[in-house]
Design a protein around this ligand. Structure first.
Ligand code: PMP
Length: 416
């Protein structure tokens, strides 16, 4: 029937999702950069995705191994949110965001993806708007489209990449239901300061009153434990109770293929039970978005583990130092495992293509709808990062020559 209607096989919704900016860009990136074929070649330096580059911690493997041994006949039965997992997760969330969380406030999900998708579907109806900041985690758009929501994008204030409260205020309409906040931020590494979150809370409280319905924050905080020395993380939930916290263990444990996360509803929030009940049903209806039984049995043991943040910080310092010495403009990230330097060519895709010809893969800012910048992922080994530095130097010099040769259009002044 669909074919007869418009000459296509798949639904309009599928087409809209396939057409989302990040999917188009990601497809282009994988196709044209040679990334798909070359990423595993010897000598290729892969600084793209937040994947592990070293063998997993033995304690992690042991936690899964023992969780896979059944203790009763229901060990592998259908699992929604398992109480020991919820309790362990709540105790550790309480160490990061002190709001008196208990296991009752949390529902276990298939990572951050599951948490965000459930939050969007529970809080907003098709046709409603969801506001988020550019550069974003690039999959907000497809998740929003799948939920039938209209993405409304507000550019962050450059070069701090803080939330632009004025921009957010003017993006709010009577159809706005959700503002997504991602701190520590992927890709910029920025942790939003408390004053900014307080400002956002005031703005949303005022707009909610004006529109006669609540605008919620979906706080996407999978990096809330990857915070570098001297920085402090604050969740929007501390300032604005109508916040759903979405967490993933994929970052702290550097095991994103093992799907585990949660959605948390602040204790004491009016209407909390209603939201939690809706979350429970939505997790089922959206396709059983609960982590599998083994991951939930393992959660209390996994909660004791974390990646080596000090080692990550050492890689950050080495690379930021080296890149600044070369001449790159790059901020020191407050948290996460990303660097977000300015591209020495205004055309970040051309610059990233040049780096890839030199055997170094990074992500163009265009993928994050923010041309002129690029993302480097620090989950690569220290050796890989060290080996990438001479290529980053050569690519920078080549960009400088290209620009001075007048081949590239005048820039925004980033090249000395
Ligand atoms: N939010 C952000 C900001 C992310 O960076 C990611 C993963 N890259 C996710 C959510 C999803 O995390 P997961 O794959 O662990 O569900």
């Amino acid at each position: 029937m669909a074919e007869q209607r418009a000459g296509r096989v798949v639904s309009r919704r599928s087409e809209r999702i396939q057409d989302a900016v990040p999917f188009r860009m990601m497809f282009g990136f994988r196709m044209h950069s040679g990334y798909a074929e070359r990423r595993l070649e010897p000598g290729v330096l892969d600084l793209t995705f937040g994947d592990p580059h070293e063998m997993q911690m033995p304690e992690y493997v042991e936690a899964l191994r023992s969780a896979a041994v059944p203790e009763d006949e229901l060990w592998f039965a259908y699992k929604q949110s398992e109480r020991p997992a919820q309790d362990a997760a709540a105790a550790s969330l309480e160490r990061v965001v002190r709001l008196g969380w208990t296991g009752d406030d949390l529902r276990m999900t298939t990572g951050g993806f599951g948490a965000i998708t459930v939050a969007m579907k529970v809080l907003a109806d098709p046709g409603d708007e969801v506001v988020y900041t550019l550069p974003p985690w690039f999959l907000y758009e497809p998740l929003a489209l799948e939920a039938g929501l209209a993405p409304v994008k507000v550019r962050a204030a450059e070069p701090s990449f803080d939330l632009d409260l004025g921009g957010i205020a003017s993006a709010l309409t009577p159809r706005t239901r959700i503002v997504v906040v991602n701190s520590p931020n992927n890709p910029t590494g920025r942790i939003y300061p408390p004053e900014l979150l307080l400002g956002l809370a005031g703005l949303l409280a005022e707009a909610s009153a004006r529109f006669g319905h609540r605008i919620w924050i979906v706080s996407d905080e999978p990096y809330n434990r990857i915070v570098f020395f001297g920085n402090e993380f604050h969740s929007p939930a501390e300032f604005y109770p109508h916040t759903l916290v979405c967490y993933s263990y994929g970052k702290t444990l550097l095991a994103p293929g093992q799907r585990l996360g949660y959605i948390a509803v602040p204790p004491g929030l009016e209407g909390r039970d209603e939201v939690l009940e809706a979350v429970d049903m939505m997790q089922i209806a959206a396709g059983w978005l609960f982590p599998n039984a083994v991951m939930q049995h393992a959660t209390p043991a996994l909660e004791k583990l974390t990646l080596d943040v000090a080692a990550l910080e050492a890689k950050r310092d080495r690379l930021v130092g080296a890149m600044r010495e070369i001449g790159y403009e790059v901020a020191v990230p407050d948290g996460t495992f990303y660097l977000w330097p300015r591209s020495p060519l205004p055309d970040d895709e051309a610059f990233v293509a040049d780096l890839s010809r030199r055997g170094v893969f990074v992500m163009p800012g265009a993928l994050f709808e923010t041309p002129g910048w690029f993302r480097i992922c620090l989950t690569a080994t220290a050796e890989t990062i060290e080996a990438a530095i001479p290529h980053l130097r050569d690519a920078f010099e080549a960009a400088r020559k290209l620009r001075h040769g007048g081949v590239v259009e005048a820039d925004s002044g980033q090249i000395p």
